[in-house]
Unconditional design. Structure first.
Length: 332
Protein backbone atom coordinates (compact mmCIF):
# COMPACT_ATOMS: atom_id res chain seq x y z
CA UNK A 1 0.00 0.00 0.00
CA UNK A 2 1.44 3.40 -1.02
CA UNK A 3 1.43 6.43 1.25
CA UNK A 4 -1.52 8.09 -0.48
CA UNK A 5 -3.73 5.03 -0.03
CA UNK A 6 -2.55 4.70 3.57
CA UNK A 7 -3.55 8.31 4.27
CA UNK A 8 -7.01 7.79 2.80
CA UNK A 9 -7.52 4.75 5.00
CA UNK A 10 -6.20 6.43 8.13
CA UNK A 11 -8.32 9.57 7.88
CA UNK A 12 -11.49 7.52 7.45
CA UNK A 13 -10.51 5.15 10.26
CA UNK A 14 -9.80 8.13 12.52
CA UNK A 15 -13.25 9.55 11.84
CA UNK A 16 -14.95 6.17 12.39
CA UNK A 17 -13.10 5.52 15.66
CA UNK A 18 -13.92 8.99 16.97
CA UNK A 19 -17.58 8.58 16.01
CA UNK A 20 -17.85 5.28 17.89
CA UNK A 21 -15.90 6.75 20.81
CA UNK A 22 -18.31 9.68 21.01
CA UNK A 23 -21.26 7.25 21.19
CA UNK A 24 -19.47 5.25 23.90
CA UNK A 25 -18.95 8.36 26.02
CA UNK A 26 -22.53 9.52 25.56
CA UNK A 27 -24.02 6.12 26.36
CA UNK A 28 -21.70 5.81 29.35
CA UNK A 29 -22.85 9.21 30.63
CA UNK A 30 -26.53 8.28 30.16
CA UNK A 31 -26.12 4.84 31.73
CA UNK A 32 -23.23 5.06 34.22
CA UNK A 33 -23.84 1.52 35.40
CA UNK A 34 -22.53 0.16 32.08
CA UNK A 35 -18.78 -0.68 32.10
CA UNK A 36 -17.87 1.52 29.13
CA UNK A 37 -15.31 3.88 30.65
CA UNK A 38 -12.19 2.10 29.44
CA UNK A 39 -13.56 1.74 25.90
CA UNK A 40 -13.87 5.50 25.54
CA UNK A 41 -10.31 6.10 26.66
CA UNK A 42 -9.05 3.34 24.37
CA UNK A 43 -10.94 4.84 21.43
CA UNK A 44 -9.36 8.26 21.92
CA UNK A 45 -5.92 6.66 22.21
CA UNK A 46 -6.46 4.66 18.99
CA UNK A 47 -7.67 7.77 17.14
CA UNK A 48 -4.65 9.71 18.39
CA UNK A 49 -2.32 6.99 17.11
CA UNK A 50 -4.07 6.81 13.71
CA UNK A 51 -3.82 10.57 13.23
CA UNK A 52 -0.16 10.58 14.28
CA UNK A 53 0.52 7.87 11.69
CA UNK A 54 -1.41 9.85 9.07
CA UNK A 55 0.61 13.00 9.72
CA UNK A 56 3.85 11.00 9.75
CA UNK A 57 2.99 9.46 6.37
CA UNK A 58 2.30 12.89 4.88
CA UNK A 59 5.59 14.14 6.32
CA UNK A 60 7.44 11.34 4.55
CA UNK A 61 5.57 11.93 1.32
CA UNK A 62 5.90 15.71 1.14
CA UNK A 63 9.25 16.13 2.87
CA UNK A 64 8.09 18.91 5.20
CA UNK A 65 6.15 19.14 8.45
CA UNK A 66 2.51 18.36 7.55
CA UNK A 67 0.77 21.54 8.62
CA UNK A 68 0.78 23.62 5.45
CA UNK A 69 -2.90 23.48 4.43
CA UNK A 70 -6.36 23.23 5.97
CA UNK A 71 -6.60 19.43 5.75
CA UNK A 72 -3.31 18.90 7.56
CA UNK A 73 -3.95 21.56 10.18
CA UNK A 74 -7.41 20.17 10.96
CA UNK A 75 -5.99 16.72 11.59
CA UNK A 76 -3.12 18.18 13.60
CA UNK A 77 -5.70 20.05 15.67
CA UNK A 78 -7.67 16.81 16.16
CA UNK A 79 -4.49 15.03 17.22
CA UNK A 80 -3.80 17.79 19.74
CA UNK A 81 -7.34 17.63 21.15
CA UNK A 82 -7.19 13.84 21.59
CA UNK A 83 -3.75 14.10 23.24
CA UNK A 84 -4.84 16.81 25.68
CA UNK A 85 -8.07 14.90 26.28
CA UNK A 86 -6.11 11.86 27.48
CA UNK A 87 -4.10 14.05 29.85
CA UNK A 88 -7.18 15.85 31.19
CA UNK A 89 -9.16 12.64 31.59
CA UNK A 90 -6.32 11.00 33.49
CA UNK A 91 -5.91 14.08 35.66
CA UNK A 92 -9.61 14.47 36.45
CA UNK A 93 -10.51 10.80 36.69
CA UNK A 94 -13.86 11.63 35.08
CA UNK A 95 -15.17 10.22 31.81
CA UNK A 96 -17.36 13.31 31.40
CA UNK A 97 -14.34 14.90 29.74
CA UNK A 98 -14.93 12.71 26.69
CA UNK A 99 -18.59 13.68 26.52
CA UNK A 100 -17.56 17.18 25.43
CA UNK A 101 -14.21 16.58 23.70
CA UNK A 102 -15.06 13.50 21.60
CA UNK A 103 -17.81 15.16 19.51
CA UNK A 104 -15.58 18.16 18.79
CA UNK A 105 -12.69 15.94 17.72
CA UNK A 106 -15.05 13.80 15.63
CA UNK A 107 -16.59 16.85 13.97
CA UNK A 108 -13.19 18.25 13.00
CA UNK A 109 -12.05 14.90 11.59
CA UNK A 110 -15.33 14.52 9.66
CA UNK A 111 -14.98 17.99 8.16
CA UNK A 112 -11.39 17.28 7.06
CA UNK A 113 -11.94 13.76 5.73
CA UNK A 114 -15.45 13.95 4.26
CA UNK A 115 -16.08 17.59 3.35
CA UNK A 116 -12.88 19.07 1.95
CA UNK A 117 -12.35 18.46 -1.79
CA UNK A 118 -9.57 16.16 -2.94
CA UNK A 119 -7.54 19.10 -4.18
CA UNK A 120 -7.30 20.44 -0.61
CA UNK A 121 -6.37 17.03 0.79
CA UNK A 122 -3.43 16.47 -1.55
CA UNK A 123 0.08 17.41 -0.51
CA UNK A 124 1.58 20.19 -2.61
CA UNK A 125 4.96 21.94 -2.70
CA UNK A 126 5.33 24.75 -0.22
CA UNK A 127 4.99 28.30 -1.48
CA UNK A 128 8.23 30.29 -1.09
CA UNK A 129 6.95 32.22 1.92
CA UNK A 130 6.51 29.00 3.90
CA UNK A 131 9.92 27.50 3.15
CA UNK A 132 11.33 28.30 6.55
CA UNK A 133 12.24 26.42 9.71
CA UNK A 134 9.82 28.75 11.50
CA UNK A 135 6.90 26.93 9.85
CA UNK A 136 7.24 23.99 12.22
CA UNK A 137 8.11 26.10 15.25
CA UNK A 138 5.41 28.76 14.92
CA UNK A 139 2.47 26.87 13.42
CA UNK A 140 2.81 23.67 15.44
CA UNK A 141 2.98 25.57 18.73
CA UNK A 142 0.00 27.73 17.74
CA UNK A 143 -2.04 24.65 16.81
CA UNK A 144 -1.13 22.92 20.07
CA UNK A 145 -2.18 26.02 21.97
CA UNK A 146 -5.51 26.07 20.10
CA UNK A 147 -6.12 22.40 20.95
CA UNK A 148 -5.21 22.89 24.60
CA UNK A 149 -7.32 26.02 25.03
CA UNK A 150 -10.26 24.33 23.30
CA UNK A 151 -10.15 21.38 25.70
CA UNK A 152 -9.89 23.69 28.69
CA UNK A 153 -12.81 25.75 27.42
CA UNK A 154 -14.89 22.63 26.76
CA UNK A 155 -14.30 21.52 30.35
CA UNK A 156 -15.49 24.94 31.50
CA UNK A 157 -18.63 24.50 29.39
CA UNK A 158 -19.12 21.06 30.97
CA UNK A 159 -18.80 22.71 34.39
CA UNK A 160 -21.59 25.15 33.48
CA UNK A 161 -23.79 22.22 32.45
CA UNK A 162 -23.07 20.17 35.56
CA UNK A 163 -23.80 23.06 37.93
CA UNK A 164 -26.98 23.96 36.05
CA UNK A 165 -25.90 27.57 35.73
CA UNK A 166 -25.69 28.11 39.50
CA UNK A 167 -22.77 29.96 41.08
CA UNK A 168 -21.39 27.13 43.22
CA UNK A 169 -18.87 27.80 45.98
CA UNK A 170 -15.84 25.58 45.32
CA UNK A 171 -12.97 24.40 47.44
CA UNK A 172 -10.49 26.64 45.64
CA UNK A 173 -8.25 25.48 42.81
CA UNK A 174 -6.74 28.83 41.86
CA UNK A 175 -3.30 29.69 43.13
CA UNK A 176 -2.17 33.11 44.22
CA UNK A 177 -3.45 35.73 46.64
CA UNK A 178 -6.92 36.22 45.28
CA UNK A 179 -10.13 36.70 47.21
CA UNK A 180 -10.48 33.01 48.00
CA UNK A 181 -7.08 33.09 49.69
CA UNK A 182 -7.37 36.53 51.25
CA UNK A 183 -7.10 36.23 55.06
CA UNK A 184 -9.42 39.23 55.49
CA UNK A 185 -12.01 37.58 53.27
CA UNK A 186 -11.69 34.28 55.11
CA UNK A 187 -11.98 35.93 58.52
CA UNK A 188 -15.30 37.58 57.69
CA UNK A 189 -18.63 35.94 58.56
CA UNK A 190 -19.59 33.36 55.97
CA UNK A 191 -22.98 34.96 55.14
CA UNK A 192 -24.22 31.78 53.58
CA UNK A 193 -20.89 30.70 52.08
CA UNK A 194 -20.68 27.21 53.57
CA UNK A 195 -17.72 25.26 52.19
CA UNK A 196 -18.14 22.27 49.94
CA UNK A 197 -16.21 20.13 52.43
CA UNK A 198 -18.77 20.98 55.15
CA UNK A 199 -21.60 20.25 52.75
CA UNK A 200 -20.04 16.88 51.92
CA UNK A 201 -19.70 16.00 55.61
CA UNK A 202 -23.30 16.94 56.35
CA UNK A 203 -24.52 14.93 53.39
CA UNK A 204 -22.59 11.85 54.46
CA UNK A 205 -23.99 12.05 57.99
CA UNK A 206 -27.55 12.62 56.86
CA UNK A 207 -27.49 10.39 53.79
CA UNK A 208 -28.98 13.17 51.64
CA UNK A 209 -27.70 15.70 49.18
CA UNK A 210 -25.11 18.39 49.77
CA UNK A 211 -26.76 21.80 50.01
CA UNK A 212 -24.79 25.02 50.19
CA UNK A 213 -26.53 27.66 52.29
CA UNK A 214 -26.98 30.84 50.31
CA UNK A 215 -29.58 33.61 50.19
CA UNK A 216 -33.05 32.40 49.36
CA UNK A 217 -32.80 33.80 45.83
CA UNK A 218 -29.69 31.75 45.08
CA UNK A 219 -30.09 28.46 46.93
CA UNK A 220 -29.00 25.24 45.26
CA UNK A 221 -29.12 21.57 46.09
CA UNK A 222 -26.71 19.30 44.26
CA UNK A 223 -25.65 15.78 45.09
CA UNK A 224 -22.18 15.32 46.62
CA UNK A 225 -21.07 13.49 43.47
CA UNK A 226 -22.15 16.37 41.28
CA UNK A 227 -20.46 18.96 43.46
CA UNK A 228 -17.27 16.94 43.47
CA UNK A 229 -17.45 16.58 39.67
CA UNK A 230 -18.01 20.32 39.29
CA UNK A 231 -14.99 21.08 41.46
CA UNK A 232 -12.87 18.64 39.44
CA UNK A 233 -13.96 20.10 36.10
CA UNK A 234 -13.27 23.63 37.33
CA UNK A 235 -9.83 22.65 38.58
CA UNK A 236 -8.77 20.67 35.48
CA UNK A 237 -10.15 23.34 33.12
CA UNK A 238 -8.06 25.95 34.92
CA UNK A 239 -4.92 23.81 34.73
CA UNK A 240 -5.39 22.93 31.05
CA UNK A 241 -5.92 26.58 30.11
CA UNK A 242 -2.86 27.37 32.23
CA UNK A 243 -0.92 25.04 29.93
CA UNK A 244 -2.39 26.40 26.71
CA UNK A 245 -1.77 30.06 27.49
CA UNK A 246 2.07 29.89 27.57
CA UNK A 247 1.96 27.80 24.38
CA UNK A 248 -0.10 30.56 22.76
CA UNK A 249 2.37 33.17 24.01
CA UNK A 250 5.36 31.26 22.64
CA UNK A 251 3.59 30.73 19.32
CA UNK A 252 2.81 34.44 18.95
CA UNK A 253 6.39 35.42 19.78
CA UNK A 254 7.75 32.88 17.27
CA UNK A 255 5.35 34.24 14.66
CA UNK A 256 6.54 37.78 15.30
CA UNK A 257 10.16 36.76 14.79
CA UNK A 258 9.25 34.92 11.59
CA UNK A 259 7.24 37.93 10.37
CA UNK A 260 10.24 40.17 10.89
CA UNK A 261 12.38 37.83 8.78
CA UNK A 262 9.77 37.46 6.04
CA UNK A 263 8.11 40.89 5.92
CA UNK A 264 10.53 43.17 7.77
CA UNK A 265 8.17 43.93 10.66
CA UNK A 266 7.35 42.11 13.87
CA UNK A 267 3.68 43.09 13.90
CA UNK A 268 1.46 44.46 11.15
CA UNK A 269 -2.06 44.07 12.64
CA UNK A 270 -2.93 41.50 10.03
CA UNK A 271 -6.42 39.97 10.75
CA UNK A 272 -4.82 36.73 11.96
CA UNK A 273 -2.41 38.62 14.20
CA UNK A 274 -5.20 40.79 15.56
CA UNK A 275 -7.39 37.82 16.48
CA UNK A 276 -4.42 35.98 17.97
CA UNK A 277 -3.91 39.01 20.20
CA UNK A 278 -7.62 39.05 21.11
CA UNK A 279 -7.40 35.35 21.98
CA UNK A 280 -4.36 36.06 24.15
CA UNK A 281 -6.22 38.87 25.94
CA UNK A 282 -9.28 36.71 26.66
CA UNK A 283 -7.31 33.91 28.27
CA UNK A 284 -4.97 36.36 29.99
CA UNK A 285 -8.07 37.91 31.56
CA UNK A 286 -9.25 34.43 32.59
CA UNK A 287 -5.96 33.58 34.30
CA UNK A 288 -5.71 37.03 35.87
CA UNK A 289 -9.21 36.66 37.30
CA UNK A 290 -8.39 33.26 38.76
CA UNK A 291 -4.87 33.90 40.03
CA UNK A 292 -5.11 37.52 41.17
CA UNK A 293 -8.81 37.97 41.85
CA UNK A 294 -9.39 34.41 43.07
CA UNK A 295 -12.42 33.83 40.85
CA UNK A 296 -13.97 30.38 41.00
CA UNK A 297 -16.93 28.71 39.42
CA UNK A 298 -19.33 30.26 36.96
CA UNK A 299 -17.74 33.62 36.18
CA UNK A 300 -14.39 32.32 34.90
CA UNK A 301 -16.19 29.41 33.21
CA UNK A 302 -18.28 31.87 31.20
CA UNK A 303 -15.10 33.71 30.21
CA UNK A 304 -13.48 30.43 29.12
CA UNK A 305 -16.61 29.50 27.16
CA UNK A 306 -16.35 32.79 25.29
CA UNK A 307 -12.69 31.96 24.67
CA UNK A 308 -13.77 28.78 22.88
CA UNK A 309 -15.59 30.89 20.29
CA UNK A 310 -12.68 33.33 20.01
CA UNK A 311 -10.21 30.50 19.34
CA UNK A 312 -12.37 29.22 16.47
CA UNK A 313 -12.64 32.71 14.97
CA UNK A 314 -8.86 33.10 15.20
CA UNK A 315 -8.13 29.67 13.74
CA UNK A 316 -10.76 29.31 11.04
CA UNK A 317 -13.03 32.34 10.91
CA UNK A 318 -10.33 34.74 9.77
CA UNK A 319 -9.28 32.34 7.02
CA UNK A 320 -12.81 32.27 5.61
CA UNK A 321 -12.31 35.89 4.62
CA UNK A 322 -9.27 34.92 2.55
CA UNK A 323 -7.60 38.23 3.33
CA UNK A 324 -4.39 39.22 5.00
CA UNK A 325 -0.76 38.21 5.01
CA UNK A 326 -1.58 34.76 6.40
CA UNK A 327 -3.73 33.62 3.47
CA UNK A 328 -1.58 30.73 2.22
CA UNK A 329 -4.27 28.15 1.51
CA UNK A 330 -5.89 28.15 4.97
CA UNK A 331 -2.85 26.60 6.59
CA UNK A 332 -3.20 27.75 10.22
Amino acid sequence: MDLVSLQQVLDNVSFAVLFVTMLVYWVGAAFPQLPLSTFGTAGMAVANLCIATLLGARWLEAGYFPISNLYESLFFLTWGITAIHLIAENRSGSRLVGVVTAPVAMGIAAFAALTLPDTMQTSAPLVPALKSNWLMMHVSVMMLSYATLMVGSLLAIAFLIVTQGQDVELRGSSVGTGAFRDPKRLSQPSEGRESVATAFQSARQGGGVATIDRPATDSIALSPQRLNLADTLDNVSYRVIGLGFPLLTIGIIAGAVWANEAWGTYWSWDPKETWAFITWLVFAAYLHARITRGWQGRRPALLAAAGFVVVWVCYLGVNLLGKGLHSYGWFF
